[in-house]
Design a protein around this ligand. Structure first.
Ligand code: TEU
Length: 520
């Protein structure tokens, strides 16, 4: 079957603040990103997703949008955006923007009008009177700690914010809000954007009766946000109606996509493909990223459960990291990160690579004085901090790793820079390039079936097949060697070697943390 670009291709997430600075202010920008897009083409990915670049007070680093239809001066201008789009096209890269529809910045004109009950926007946000006995309307909590309600002395009501008080939630039950936000999609579609990663799409609709969330019986008493079960503030049935309206905005623009950010169990996650496939084409599958037990058994179970849960015609996807979660090399260790890369790039479905994964980047320790992330500053010591996963990309061995000529907005880690890996066939980036090239060369890997998913001791096995072509993948998730039986064939990828070699019919001994792909 002819795959769409977002099915056969590989997505690469750029966190623009940390990718490349062009003007020496220590923060990445669009001109810098343009200068580095060649890296993505060299690596062999097919689409670039940019975290938000819109005007923003940056209280949540751009996820507090003050104007959905412009570029923040920190990153550049609309002309820079156009240049970036054109450069991406020249390099054969699709362009995906981050769309942040759940909430705006409190500095957005819409919120200022709403708090003054002006311009028909009185109900564009979630305003409530105090509870009968005074205080917040209910017990809803912020992802970033504390209550999700803030009193506005001007309007003399509380407003709801799932995140910071500077990020008031829009009222997605209001048709004018939905209309305004689909206009935003068309604004960028008209300017050549190929798709959107939709921020917190599973949170868009809240309970119409504003009922208290029930207590979490398993709460361990640490993070307040986990003290309740968020049954009235996420995954509401009506959300699929508003997603279908978003999806409809893409109609008429050709092969454009929505990727939904959704942190839900598999059985709920797959409902976001929507009724009759009118949901998002790719509900982000974060289950590799969240897997606590990185073992062959747990991985085999996850792959099997996810594949079985997919509705007919739904296209899978896999992710190892993003700008909010610990880096995979820090979660599973540097050696296993190579195995994780082979897993990500040989599973069935669209992979998304988070910038720096291809270098084996680890979480960067951040001195307390340099912490920037409100998720950490408001919940200190609770493992919510994201600064360590957002540090600048190390391009070369110069003082600031080629990222900036100024002082970087976050400290730069000690990972081996690209310049130290490019020409080393045994490096992590060379492994990524080989695996990406293998995917691109063989439809069995980009679109083939996945079958025979098994775990034998520490070894995860599965096959990818299409029209008589078969690849066997064997991944040793353990720290001891393990023998595996593979059919006669050629090892075409190996986490520990970069040449092709014969796979004998007898058993192969996989070294600890070794993975192989055999063309049978
Ligand atoms: O993250 C939403 C989300 O999943 C939160 O739980 C997030 O993981 C947060 O880091 C919790 O500490 C999206 C964006 O990816 C994130 O960067 C934003 O801060 C957030 O929404 C608000 O827009």
């Amino acid at each position: 079957m002819a795959l769409s670009w977002w099915q056969g291709g590989v997505v690469y997430q750029v966190y623009p603040r940390s990718f490349q600075d062009s003007d020496g202010d220590g923060t990445g920008d669009l001109k810098g990103t343009i200068a580095r897009l060649e890296h993505l083409a060299w690596l062999g990915v097919d689409a670039v997703w940019l975290s938000p670049i819109y005007p923003s007070p940056m209280t949540d680093f751009g996820y507090d949008v003050a104007d959905y239809c412009d570029i923040d001066p920190l990153f550049g201008t609309m002309a820079d955006f156009t240049a970036l789009r054109n450069r991406a096209r020249t390099l054969g890269l699709k362009l995906i923007l981050d769309f942040v529809p759940n909430h705006t910045s409190e500095q957005h004109v819409w919120f200022q009008q709403s708090r003054r009950r002006e311009a028909g926007k009185a109900d564009w946000y979630l305003w409530r009177d105090p509870a009968p006995g005074g205080g917040p309307p209910n017990n809803w909590l912020s992802h970033f700690g504390g209550l999700a309600w803030t009193w506005d002395p001007l309007r003399e009501q509380y407003y709801y914010h799932a995140f910071l008080a500077t990020q008031p939630d829009l009222n997605w039950r209001h048709p004018d809000v939905r209309r305004a936000m689909t206009d935003v999609l068309r604004f960028w579609l008209d300017r050549g954007v190929d798709g959107f990663r939709v921020d917190v799409i599973w949170l868009l609709i809240k309970d119409a009766l504003f009922r208290d969330n029930p207590p979490n019986p398993d709460w361990d008493g640490t993070r307040l946000f986990e003290s309740v079960l968020h049954v009235h503030t996420e995954d509401q049935p009506e959300v699929h109606d508003v997603i279908a309206e978003m999806r409809a905005a893409l109609d008429g623009y050709g092969d454009r996509i929505l990727i939904g950010e959704i942190y839900l169990p598999v059985q709920r996650l797959v409902t976001y493909y929507g009724r009759d496939g009118r949901g998002v084409q790719l509900p982000f599958n974060f289950h590799l990223l969240q897997l606590q037990d990185w073992s062959a058994t747990a991985l085999a179970d996850l792959i099997t459960r996810y594949e079985a849960a997919l509705p007919g015609g739904a296209w899978p996807n896999w992710v190892l990291g993003n700008h909010d979660r610990r880096r995979v090399a820090s979660r599973v260790g540097g050696a296993q990160a190579r195995v994780a890369a082979m897993l990500l790039l040989t599973l069935r479905g669209t992979p998304t690579i988070y910038m720096g994964e291809e270098l084996g980047m680890r979480d960067t320790p951040i001195p307390a004085a340099d912490l920037r992330d409100p998720a950490e500053l408001r919940q200190p010591g609770q493992g919510q901090g994201r600064d360590p996963v957002r540090t600048p990309f190390p391009w070369d061995g110069t003082a600031q790793r080629g990222f900036t000529t100024g002082t970087p907005w976050l400290p730069i880690g000690d990972d081996t820079p690209l310049s130290g890996q490019r020409d080393d066939p045994g490096s992590v980036v060379s492994l990524y390039r080989r695996l990406l090239a293998l995917r691109r060369a063989h439809a069995a890997l980009s679109e083939g079936k996945i079958e025979s998913v098994t775990a034998t001791g520490p070894v995860l096995r599965y096959a990818r097949t299409l029209e008589g072509v078969r690849f066997e993948v064997a991944l040793n998730t353990g720290s001891a060697s393990a023998s595996v039986e593979v059919p006669p064939g050629t090892v075409v990828a190996d986490t520990h070697r970069y040449d092709h070699y014969d796979a004998w019919p007898a058993s192969i001994i996989l070294q600890p943390d070794q993975g192989i792909v055999v063309r049978c």
